[in-house]
Design a protein around this ligand. Structure first.
Ligand code: CP
Ligand code: NVA
Length: 314
């Protein structure tokens, strides 16, 4: 089976803006093959002897565990590095950290704050750098989201995805991912919490090539109207904790609840990158309903990341 994409060997995965539609479709196909292998109990270990360093400057459950387990299943090893335990936490520069780690490991995954930090890391590390979430982007999440939508809806092109909530890292990555595979994407957010202009522009440019439509609105009902997929994320992202009280009030009209779901298609699917706050961005009767695929979605993080790892490293 073809489980690598030669055009991705040695590359960085910082944002899906840098990926072609073909590369995204190929990654999804590989992820499906790797998922089938794993479910069949077949061992596949192309990364024997390879090490992934995982730097975390923010907490994580899914990203940390799925990358670590993914490396183990592929025959390699993952190192969990909390930034507080690294010299990075005491002022060693990103550039020096990158140059040192590249002496030891085959790839670096990092979860950090400013997106510019991962760009700097990638510039100085001559091994592939993978984005495990920055303030602006979450490409691995969006790939898992695409795989989940494909598994349930059996298509991506022509699907309508509505993202309701904060125009944050997850919204950015989703808009780009949707645009690249020809999926219509409507983002509904409060005034002042729109996705960044550079992501909207990049998504619209990609959409122009695939025939998708990208819209940003302040009306949740408009976004959700006839949508196949409804997606939301926390109102307060990591690093914004001091704004949480204000956000709780501003985002209230953007809650995903059964009232709002009346505008969606009858067979809508609900997605959330998790962690979720029931009673805030989504009510329990939606996230815990038969429409929700959030745990299949979380599970797919493992498979798409394995597809990324084999493509970059084998
Ligand atoms: N969705 C996601 O990235 O989850 P973690 O913060 O647990 O890694
Ligand atoms: N937007 C959220 C996503 C968590 C996976 C955050 O950045 O905290």
């Amino acid at each position: 089976m073809n489980t690598t994409i030669s055009s991705l060997k040695g590359k960085d995965v910082l944002t899906l803006i840098d990926f072609s539609s073909e590369q995204i479709y190929e990654l999804l196909a590989i992820a499906q093959q790797l998922k089938q292998k794993q479910q069949a109990g077949e061992s596949y270990t192309p990364l024997v002897g390879k090490t992934l360093a995982m730097i975390f400057e923010k907490p994580s459950t899914r990203t940390r565990v799925s990358f670590e387990v993914g490396m183990t299943q592929l025959g390699g090893h993952a190192l969990y590095l909390n930034s507080n335990d690294l010299q990075l936490g005491r002022g060693e520069t990103i550039a020096d950290t990158a140059r040192v780690l590249a002496q030891y490991v085959d790839a670096i995954m990092i979860r950090t704050f400013a997106h510019q930090k991962i760009e700097e890391l990638a510039e100085y590390a001559d091994v592939p750098v993978i984005n495990g979430l920055t303030d602006d982007d979450h490409p691995c999440q969006a790939l898992a989201d695409l795989l989940t939508i494909y598994e349930v809806k059996k298509q991506l092109k022509g699907i309508k995805l509505a993202y309701v909530g904060d125009g944050n890292n997850v919204a950015h990555a989703l808009m780009i991912a949707a645009a690249k595979v020809g999926m219509d994407c409507a983002v509904a957010c409060p005034v002042g919490y729109e996705p960044k202009e550079q992501y909207v522009t990049a998504a619209k440019e990609a959409a122009a090539k695939t025939g998708a439509t990208i819209t940003v609105t302040h009306s949740p009902e408009e976004a959700v109207q006839a949508a196949d997929v409804i997606y939301t994320d926390v109102w307060t992202s990591m690093g914004q904790e001091q704004e949480s009280e204000q956000r709780l009030a501003v985002f209230q009209p953007f809650q995903v609840n059964s009232q709002l779901m009346k505008y969606a298609k009858d067979d809508y699917m609900f997605l959330h990158c998790l962690p979720a706050h029931r009673g805030e961005e989504v009510t329990a009767d939606v996230i815990d309903s038969g429409h929700s695929y959030v745990f299949q979605q979380a599970g797919n993080r493992l498979h798409v990341q394995k597809a990324i790892l084999v493509s970059l490293l084998s």
